[in-house]
Design a protein around this ligand. Structure first.
Ligand SMILES: Cc1cc2nc3c(=O)[nH]c(=O)nc-3n(C[C@H](O)[C@H](O)[C@H](O)COP(=O)(O)O)c2cc1C
Length: 219
């Protein structure tokens, strides 16, 4: 099952067609171990994982997820006759909102809250954001490990619009924020390949090239 890392990366599209068949904990353990191999600032590993299999918890989360994703994408809904890859992806992402509760494992990745170095003491208001920079490498390792083991997974973040509900549901302390929720299960859909612009289109040598406005047009 385990393949060359370049092949894994090149075929790691988000898997949004996932079977409800259970996934053994040993596989999830391997995935979480791989997550921990990622670098983090000062090797602090400022994250915690919550592995959710409970049906009621998944249903509650799924109901809110479905509403949130529909609302978020309502403004950019493609025309019904649009069969482009972007349109199909968007429709699948919305449809997955109805199915996410059936995915056997919902992995909540929480990050310890900490102010970034750039925010001065007197500018700190409210709760600090989770240490995204030290959590995302771990998340990417988790996604890569899932792909390498033949598990379907995808990165989701729309929980941000109903995070308080999740915090209450999972009893997460104020010192942590939820960075991502990763549904994991056996894939029904096919993996990759990813479609991306070539690196040459966003790479400069020695110094920034071109007017800022010109570059700003590229997302
Ligand atoms: C920070 C971040 C947040 C994301 N949040 C969501 C999400 O809430 N729901 C979802 O279905 N996909 C989410 N995605 C997945 C992206 O939509 C997906 O990675 C991107 O469209 C590339 O897909 P592709 O490989 O099929 O081209 C997120 C990705 C990132 C990096």
């Amino acid at each position: 099952m385990e393949r060359d890392v370049f092949h894994i990366m090149e075929t790691m599209r988000p898997m949004r067609r996932i079977s409800s068949e259970d996934v053994p904990q040993e596989l999830i353990d391997r995935v979480l171990t791989a997550g921990g191999w990622a670098p983090s600032g000062l090797r602090t590993q400022p994250y915690r994982f919550i592995v959710v299999r409970d049906v009621q918890t998944r249903e509650k989360f799924g109901a809110s997820y479905g509403v949130a994703i529909k609302k978020a994408f309502a403004k950019i809904l493609p025309d019904e006759d649009d069969t482009s890859s972007d349109a199909r992806n968007l429709r699948r992402a919305i449809a997955f909102g109805e199915e996410i509760q059936n995915v056997p494992v919902l992995l909540f990745v929480c990050g310890k809250r900490d102010w970034p170095f750039g925010v001065k003491d007197d500018e700190r208001v409210g709760l600090a954001p989770p240490s995204y920079g030290s959590v995302y490498p771990c998340i990417q390792n988790i996604l890569l490990a899932c792909r390498a083991l033949g598990l379907g997974a995808s990165l989701t973040s729309i929980h941000q619009v109903f995070e308080e509900e999740c915090v209450e549901l999972l009893e997460i302390p104020e010192t942590f924020g939820i960075v991502a929720v990763i549904p994991i299960g056996y894939p029904i859909g096919k993996f990759g390949p990813v479609g991306r612009r070539p690196a040459s289109e966003h790479t400069f040598f020695e110094r920034w090239e071109g007017a800022e406005t010109e570059q700003a047009q590229k997302p």
